[in-house]
Write a protein that binds this ligand. Structure first.
Ligand SMILES: [Zn+2]
Length: 248
């Protein structure tokens, strides 16, 4: 198991490859300003009590990737259901997680989704991701990336449920990074998720790779924040929980 992990985590080509895979990407939040229009979601799935363990040090098959996506989804649903319950609110899990392979295969609000992306679409209340791109990132960064990515997109669904709106996408994005950090840190502290050695480093690598180019203006539509800003936001949530994320 050490062999597979160390081979995958070979450092030499990693930075360049990840940057190439992720630079053009970043999540695009479909229609966050239009939270209405969803049909009633199905009832929440049964809560699984056992802890989920990430597998930073094992193999990287498509099956494992799919398992990690399902695990990340289950952990996120448990986490947000508990937070809503604490506030006396009813929680509807995000309705669907949809993998896609071709540009335009999935649309959000009539807009075809491009390759190399992951998105939360409020019109259909679903998360969609380019499976080829996500598996490539999973192989290059590690399984923690899947938990981060799902957590970030899930956070956009929570923002919509809470009616959070900002003037600039960067505020929305950095808050989603913080919320993804809180969901992961709190789930680890609660014993619902067990990190393997190296997972925290994987978060850092993944966040470094998804930062905006240095030339990108912070106020530009679609800005997510620099690698430093995204890393800071994620770990602020990871260490201090949701109260650090400015949800009010
Ligand atoms: Zn986002």
């Amino acid at each position: 198991m050490v062999e597979a992990g160390s081979a995958r985590r070979s450092r030499v080509p990693l930075a360049g490859l990840v940057a190439a895979v992720l630079a053009a990407a970043g999540c695009f939040v479909g229609g966050v300003s239009d939270p209405q229009g969803g049909e009633p979601a199905p009832p929440a799935p049964t809560v699984e009590p056992e802890a989920t363990t990430t597998r930073a040090d094992s193999t990287t098959s498509i099956e494992e990737f799919a398992e990690d996506v399902a695990s990340a989804q289950a952990v996120a649903e448990r986490y947000w259901a508990a937070r809503f319950r604490e506030s006396g609110e009813r929680f509807q899990p995000i309705r669907r997680i949809i993998p896609y392979q071709r540009a335009g295969e999935v649309s959000c609000g009539g807009q075809p989704l491009p390759r190399n992306n992951a998105v939360y679409c409020s019109q259909g209340d679903f998360i969609a991701y380019d499976v080829t791109w996500s598996v490539a990132a999973f192989r290059q960064v590690g399984d923690a990336f899947v938990f981060y990515l799902l957590g970030h997109e899930y956070a956009h669904g929570i923002q919509v449920r809470l009616g959070v709106r900002y003037d600039f996408t960067i505020q929305q994005e950095l808050q989603a990074d913080c919320m993804a950090g809180a969901y992961l840190g709190d789930s680890v502290r609660a014993g619902d998720l067990t990190l393997a050695e190296g997972d925290l480093e994987e978060f850092r690598e993944g966040l470094a790779a998804v930062g905006d180019d240095p030339g990108q203006p912070w106020f530009a539509e679609g800005s997510h924040g620099t690698a430093e800003q995204r890393t800071e936001s994620f770990f602020r949530g990871y260490e201090n929980s949701l109260s650090a994320c400015g949800l009010g």
